[in-house]
Design a protein around this ligand. Structure first.
Ligand code: FDA
Length: 308
């Protein structure tokens, strides 16, 4: 019952202002967010790379309603990519981008604005020698995001995308994207979705994840296993053995601050472990989705308000 409430709160301006105004919130946010500035992002990237993990950086923000703001987000990514290249980190650190932050939801020509700005980000990534992955947002954006992906891949074939196993359509999308050169991060899905388009039970979402993972591992693309679920990590390891994939032909991905010991274990075992590192000031929506994923996080959050 708590998760739908938190996901609804993630979209509420009133709750946003209440949650973000408590000084104590910051301590909990720090567990999931690497800091507010480009310098924080680069410093965290350096630390993670030093112990053998790789990184995908997310400049926090979503649901942009003004073109100028979308352009500012694209510029922030361009600056970040330049900084990563200058610091010699871009060979192991890429970026993740939400198209809604680049204007996808703007009235009239939102998808075109997002495509143009995503092209700028991809060109900056290309110059830096790294890649871009398009995050996936709620189900109403999937067709548009996959269409932008197709356009971007014609100039930047390494552009990656995210598929969410909770959506009923995803098995078909996984088949379409299981092609040579394609990079797909498979996740369970973090948005509140109606039963008409999404599986409701955890068992169904997990079973769909296993089916989609099989499609991706058996295809010629590059699967990215975006999950902290031990059963799904084990399934990916089993599929890698079954399909004879070498360690560099797929990767594991986890979120900053979640199952850090497991991240290190996988990296030490010689397989690729990439950490999704969000940074920036617009952390509210991301933070609320992390609370919604795990009721224990809410208790931790509430305890942070108790002094001492
Ligand atoms: P599950 O939720 O079952 O968690 C398994 C275990 O992991 C838990 O038992 C707990 O130990 C730990 N855990 C998971 N979430 C936690 C949390 N918030 N706090 C503390 N512990 C936690 N979604 C989306 O819709 N679009 C996207 O683009 C992305 N991108 C993305 C990138 C990467 C790299 C990852 C790992 C995930 C995403 N997600 C996402 C989020 C994803 O959809 C999903 O909500 C979370 O990964 C949680 O699902 P798990 O597969 O980890 O399993």
């Amino acid at each position: 019952m708590l998760s739908p409430l938190l996901l609804a709160a993630a979209k509420s301006a009133r709750t946003r202002s209440a949650v973000t105004s408590f000084p104590a919130t910051r301590r909990v946010v720090d567990r999931f967010v690497a800091g507010e500035t480009l310098q924080d992002a680069v410093a965290t990237t350096r630390e993670l790379l030093a112990d053998g993990r790789r990184v995908t950086l997310d400049h926090l923000g979503e649901g942009t309603t003004e073109r100028a703001q979308a352009e500012a987000v694209a510029a922030a990514y361009t600056d970040l990519l330049r900084a990563l290249a200058e610091a010699g980190l871009a060979d192991r650190a890429e970026v993740s981008v939400k198209l809604s932050a680049l204007g996808q939801a703007l009235p009239a020509d939102g998808e075109r604005v997002a495509l143009d700005l995503a092209r700028q980000v991809c060109a900056a990534a290309d110059a830096a020698g790294t890649t871009v992955t398009l995050d996936m947002e709620d189900h109403t954006t999937v067709d548009s995001t996959l269409s932008v992906l197709r356009e971007l891949r014609s100039d930047f074939p390494w552009t990656g995308a995210v598929l969410q196993s909770m959506l009923r359509r995803t098995e078909a999308d996984a088949r379409d994207l299981a092609v040579a050169g394609s990079r797909v991060r498979l996740v369970k899905g973090a948005y509140a979705e109606p039963a008409s388009v999404a599986f409701r039970s955890g068992e169904e979402v997990d079973a769909a994840y296993v089916r989609c993972l099989g499609t991706l591992f058996r295809g010629p693309g590059y699967p990215m296993v975006g999950s902290h679920d031990p059963a799904l990590v084990a399934e990916a390891e089993r599929l890698a053995r079954e399909t004879g994939r070498a360690p560099g032909t797929y990767e594991f991905q986890m979120l900053y601050g979640i199952r850090t010991g497991e991240q290190r274990r996988i990296a030490r075992s010689g397989r690729t472990m990439r950490v999704y590192v969000p940074y920036g000031t617009d952390w509210y929506g991301y933070f609320m989705r992390r609370l919604a994923e795990r009721p224990a996080n809410v208790a931790f959050f509430l305890r942070s308000f108790v002094p001492g």
